[in-house]
Design a protein around this ligand. Structure first.
Ligand code: PGA
Length: 253
């Protein structure tokens, strides 16, 4: 049995004060819950404050990006050591917004994945096709290329730590969700590919989140699919009641 994982990707939202308020609200209800893994990914500027709020709880901290370098002259970047110092456990890597607006390649994302694993941070590796690619019938090719690229050199044993997020680009922030069947189909494909790349044990262990307009109204159906192990949540993670409803849905799934 894979433990479900719900992560909130707050993107470029929330001041420190707002971030602390949201984290505190969530902590009030979920500090002790261990049925699922619950992760908050605030912007870098709020990591320290949110870390202080959740430090004595079961709520885990994630960052939205990480440099592939150890440190030094890389203006604007954040290194693994800086994240670990704040008790960050997860790092979102290769989000479609990073790929699209910041030209992140599969090769760079792969370096980040390998660095994160080397430093005992858990990567959440994001993959997904655009609407154009889906309509052209190339969803599986696109996802396969992103996974083969991003997972190059990853030890089969690491799939117990690494998380994959399937996020169809056309569903992110658009209100258009992949249907449960559409999502399950790609999730099963991803698990099959992990089996091919790293073996059956790795495929059975790896958790695959769905992301893209997941909200309380559609979560139960998505989370009931055999290969959907959780969610990476954007918009609905910015509010304690909707994020809480997603935690509840995952707990009951
Ligand atoms: P969304 O974002 O839930 O707002 O669609 C998901 C994501 O980008 O991780």
């Amino acid at each position: 049995m894979r433990k479900k994982i719900i992560a909130g990707n707050w993107k470029m939202n929330k001041t420190v004060e707002e971030a602390v308020e949201l984290a505190e609200e969530l902590k009030r209800c979920y500090a002790e819950q261990t049925a699922i893994d619950m992760v908050l990914c605030p912007p870098f500027t709020a990591l320290k404050s949110v870390s202080d709020v959740v430090s004595e709880s079961q709520i885990r901290l994630g960052s939205q990006n990480m440099s592939s370098e150890d440190g030094g002259a890389y203006t604007g970047e954040i290194a693994h050591g800086m994240l670990k110092e704040l008790f960050v456990r997860y790092v979102i890597l290769g989000h479609s917004e990073r790929r699209e607006y910041f030209a992140e390649s599969d090769a760079l994302i792969n370096q980040k994945v390998l660095k994160a694993l080397e430093k005992q941070l858990r990567p959440i590796l994001c993959v997904g096709e655009t609407l154009e690619q889906r309509e052209a019938g190339t969803t599986e090719q696109v996802v396969e290329q992103q996974l083969r690229g991003g997972l190059q050199g990853v030890d089969p044993m690491a799939f117990t730590e690494l998380v994959i997020a399937y996020e169809p680009v056309w569903a992110i922030g658009t209100g258009m969700t992949a249907s449960a069947e559409q999502a399950q189909e790609v999730h099963a494909f991803i698990r099959g590919l992990v089996r091919e790349l790293a073996g059956t044990e790795a495929a059975n262990a790896v958790r695959i989140q769905y992301g893209g307009s997941m909200k309380p109204a559609n979560a139960a159906e998505l989370l009931a699919q055999p290969d959907i192990d959780g969610g990476l949540i954007g918009g609905a993670a910015l509010d304690a009641s909707s994020f809480g409803a997603l935690i509840d849905a995952a707990t009951e799934a």
